[in-house]
Ligand binder design. Structure first.
Ligand code: C2E
Ligand code: MG
Ligand code: MG
Ligand code: MG
Length: 281
């Protein structure tokens, strides 16, 4: 076996970088037409009440089947689209499509149909008139604002232009739209700053649920306590087992989302595990 020289390794690293760059260029090019060429679609994943196990909402999760390269994970293409600014056009498509689809969902036994939660990037919030764009999407779809949830990651609270973010979130709240912080616990915002923002719920990041060690449980417990104080609901994502669901419900988490209750699917499906989940004492 030939011993590889330093120069050989450098050449290999250069090639890897070139390939990554070529892939990126290719994806960015393909993304330019994505909202028009039918390669985007939405899947919906239920978010159920920890008390009744009924779906309160469905989160819209974007999927992209790139013509040249097949299915690409949002974990790869969303950050790309954020870098290039394409996320604004893509996010607009997501918003319109999610509202239109949700407007057709039937009402549950309780009366109101489930809400639809839409992931929103910082760049969208910083657009000149994001609240106006949302208002228009709701009107065109005929969806009540009370049925829309805008999910933002906590990183939007660490931005330079915090006043603009705040103004946009306030405008959304005044329309009756819910605002949830996604992936809570992974960024650098502190629990004590939660009340500075017009939020309705906090979504604990799935890493805490999946680990579920002592430290993770302490974070969730603390989040529940502080969120309660500020009048916010707590949602946990990444719930894969009945045991996790029981533990989270016992900790006071209000709503649960994860493969245990349903995988992301093309159409909202009724909560299949509703009867399998023993309600906490
Ligand atoms: P997210 O908003 O935190 O969405 C939850 C992610 O966790 C989804 O990954 C979902 O499929 C996955 N998940 C759900 N239940 C479970 C579970 O029980 N176990 C595990 N291990 N994972 C679970 P997905 O669909 O790959 O999306 C990844 C991220 O991409 C999303 O994280 C969100 O940040 C972003 N994203 C997706 N759609 C959009 C969009 O339309 N706009 C923007 N800006 N971002 C989006
Ligand atoms: Mg989300
Ligand atoms: Mg999340
Ligand atoms: Mg995420």
């Amino acid at each position: 076996e030939a011993k590889r020289t330093g120069r050989g390794r450098t050449a290999e690293a250069t090639l890897t970088l070139q390939l990554l760059h070529a892939r990126r260029t290719c994806l960015v090019e393909a993304l330019r037409t994505a909202t028009a060429d039918g390669s985007l679609s939405l899947l919906f994943q239920p978010i159920v009440s920890a008390h009744t196990c009924r779906p309160e909402a469905y989160e819209a999760l974007l999927r992209w089947r790139c013509a040249g390269m097949g299915p690409i994970s949002p974990v790869e293409f969303i950050p790309l689209a954020e870098d290039t600014g394409q996320i604004c056009a893509i996010g607009h498509w997501v918003l319109q499509t999610a509202c239109r689809q949700a407007a057709a969902w039937p009402a549950g036994p309780e009366g109101q149909a489930p809400k639809v939660a839409v992931n929103t990037s910082l760049r969208q919030l910083l657009q000149a008139d994001f609240a106006g764009e949302v208002r228009q999407a709701l009107a065109q779809a005929g969806l009540a604002p009370q049925r829309l949830v805008v999910e933002v990651t906590e990183s939007v609270f660490n931005e330079g232009d915090i006043d603009r973010v705040l103004a946009t979130l306030l405008a959304l709240r005044q329309m009756g739209i819910e605002v949830h912080v996604d992936d809570f616990g992974t960024g650098y915002s502190s629990l004590s700053r939660l009340h500075e923002f017009p939020l309705t719920a906090v979504k604990v990041d799935k890493s805490f649920v999946l680990t579920a060690d002592e430290r993770a449980l302490a974070v969730i417990e603390g989040t529940v306590l502080i969120a309660r104080r500020f009048g916010l609901r707590v949602i946990a994502e990444g719930v894969e087992t009945a045991e996790q669901a029981r533990v989270l419900a016992r900790l006071g988490v209000d709503e649960l989302q994860g493969y245990y209750f349903g995988r992301p699917a093309p159409l909202p499906v009724a909560c299949g595990s509703a009867e399998a989940l023993p309600l906490p004492a």
